[in-house]
Design a protein around this ligand. Sequence first.
Ligand code: AHM
Ligand code: MG
Length: 323
Amino acid sequence: MAHITTLSEFIIEREKDFPFASGDLSQLLTSIRLAAKLVNREVNKAGLVTEILGEANAHNIQGEKQQKLDVYANDRFIAAMRNQGAVCAVASEENDEHIVFDNPASLDGKYVVAMDPLDGSSNIDVNVSIGTIFSIYRRLDPEKVTLDDFLQPGNQQVAAGYVVYGSSTMLVYTTGNGVNGFTLDPSIGVFCLSHPNMQIPANGNIYSVNEGNYFEFPENVRNYIDGCKKKKMSARYIGSLVADFHRNLLKGGIYMYPGTKDKPNGKLRLLYEANPLAMVIEQAGGSATDGTTRILDLQPTELHQRCPLFIGSSAMVEEVMKG
Ligand code: AHM
Ligand code: MG
C-alpha cells in the first residue's frame, strides 16, 4: 500500500526547511488542525442538533446576525490557539477588537492570527459548504502586543490558509513555499495530503460573482461579465467565498466581489478574507487585486476594513482590470 502523508507528518517534515525554526509555527498549525476537526464535527451534525442551528441572538460589529455555529467555531479556534503558546493575540471577524492572550503560556507567543472562523454564514443552515480562513503574522515587538501587529500588509504573512467544510473537508495552506491541500479522512479523523503543490490554471472557464449587483458594478467589471457571457463561460457562485475560491483554484476561474456605488469597498474583509486567500492564490500561481493594487500590498488601517476583491487565474484577473 502506498504511504499516505498525514498533515502532522507534513508539518514536521516542512519544519526542517526552516533551519532556525523553533517549532512554534508547527505548533500553531497543529492547533488550527485540531480546531478544524472539532468544527467539522459540529458542521456535519448541524442538521441533527437543533441547539446549534440558527441565530445566536447576537450581532457582530458589522451588525450582521451571528449564527450559533459561527460562535462555536470562533470559540474553538481561539481556545485551541490560546492553549499552546505560539500565539499571543487573535483577531476575528466575530470579535470587535483583537484579543490579547494573558495566560502565562501565551505571553511570549511569537505570532498573531487573524481569522474568519466560519465564512459563508448565510449557508450554515442550508447545508451548503462553508469554511474557515486564517492569516498568520509574526508579532512586531516582543515586549507588547498592539493593533499594529494586525495592520501589517499581507505581504508580511508568515502563513495563511483555509478549511472548507464541503462534500469532503479540506485544509489548504501555505507557508510561502507552495500550497498544499489535505483531505480529512473521517473514518480515522486524520487530514491526509491529497493535493500536493497546488497550482491554479493560468486561465479558466468559471466566473463567480453576485450578479444581482450587476448594475451597481464599475463599468470595466460589467464589460468583463458581458464578455464571460458572450464566451458562454460557466457562472458559479455559492455565496461562500472559501468554497467558490477552492473550486476556482482547482479548475481555473475568477472570483469577484467588486465595490458598488453604495459600498465602494465591497463586502469582504482585507485582514481575514482577502489577504490570506491572496497569499494562497499567489503561491499557487494566480493573482489577487482590489482593482488597482495588489491585495498583498494594501496597507491596512483598521481591523475590519473591507476591500474589493478580484482573485483567481492570473490571465482572468488581468483581463477584468483592462475592462
Ligand atoms: P460572511 O463572512 O459574513 O460569511 O460574508 C462573506 C461572504 C462570502 O463568503 C461570500 O462570498 C459573500 O459573503 C457573499 O456575499 P453576497 O451574499 O453579498 O453575494
Ligand atoms: Mg466571512
